[in-house]
Write a protein that binds this ligand. Structure first.
Ligand code: PEP
Length: 254
């Protein structure tokens, strides 16, 4: 398995944190710390911070993402934001199907699929999250759950478009809990995701897709997780809110 076939990407998911002044301060602290990064660096920020952060990162190696988008282009969808609106601002990435959206906002594989297709059509790079619940792992159906999510979330996505996507393997039991999957557990599922993609799209396409691990990744455990052959980066929640911690994870992604 050749990691050089794809880009390592460390993405921060700020979730519902930071006012605009706080966002500006965080990203300004981060810029010098990650300027020599050997990997892609992305910050996925609340909608209200997009413009502030886009302005702050101009001319730097930091890319900006949103944390969701709607699947319709426009219309009567009060409270929603379309992919075109994000692209017009200069946003490059969008997190889709995060487990918090699946858990608290009724997101399903069908809506994740619709959002993924819409985001790609608009020119965004989706970071699509998949992952099993604790009881699904305990009942030994992790692979079934992941295969189902991959097949449904990417239904109708072409091979060319798949290469623009990032997949984040985020075991739900590890998100925000301080419980990290072991490096071997992360590798096992990331390799399974790649094998599933290979069945659907062929090995060359599967080898080109960046697959991240997410779930309580931090400055201490990042290097071991990222050393695994199928773990190409990380989606980082809590630890992305402190510039020194996030930059240590970026440094671990060589
Ligand atoms: C996440 O929000 O995607 C995440 C992985 O959170 P945390 O790092 O806090 O577990």
């Amino acid at each position: 398995m050749n990691k050089n076939l794809r880009q390592a990407i460390i993405a921060g998911n700020w979730k519902m944190n930071k006012t605009r002044p706080e966002a500006k301060a965080l990203v300004e602290e981060l810029i010098p710390l990650v300027k020599d990064a050997d990997c892609g660096v992305v910050v996925c920020v609340p909608f209200t911070n997009l413009e502030t952060v886009l302005n702050a990162v101009k001319g730097t190696n930091i890319k900006v993402g949103a944390q969701n988008c709607h699947f319709e282009k426009s219309g009567a969808f009060t409270g929603e934001i379309s992919a075109d609106m994000l692209v017009e601002m200069g946003v490059e990435y969008v997190v889709l199907g995060h487990s918090e959206r699946r858990q608290y906002f009724g997101e399903t594989d069908e809506t994740v699929n619709k959002r993924t297709v819409a985001a790609l059509a608009a020119g965004l790079k989706p970071i699509v999250c998949v992952g099993e619940l604790l009881w699904e792992r305990e009942t030994n159906i992790t692979e079934e759950v992941i295969a189902r999510q991959i097949k449904l979330d990417f239904y109708g996505v072409s091979a060319d478009d798949l290469k623009k996507c990032v997949i984040a393997y985020e075991p739900v039991w590890a998100i925000g809990t301080g419980k990290t999957a072991t490096a071997d557990q992360a590798q096992e599922v990331c390799a399974f995701i790649r094998a599933t993609l290979a069945k659907l799209y062929g090995q060359a396409v599967a080898d080109a897709v960046t697959i991240q691990y997410g779930g309580s990744m931090n400055a201490k455990n990042a290097a071991e997780l990222l050393s695994k052959p199928d773990v190409d980066g990380g989606l980082i929640g809590g630890a992305s809110l402190k510039a020194p911690d996030f930059s240590e994870i970026v440094k671990a992604a060589k």
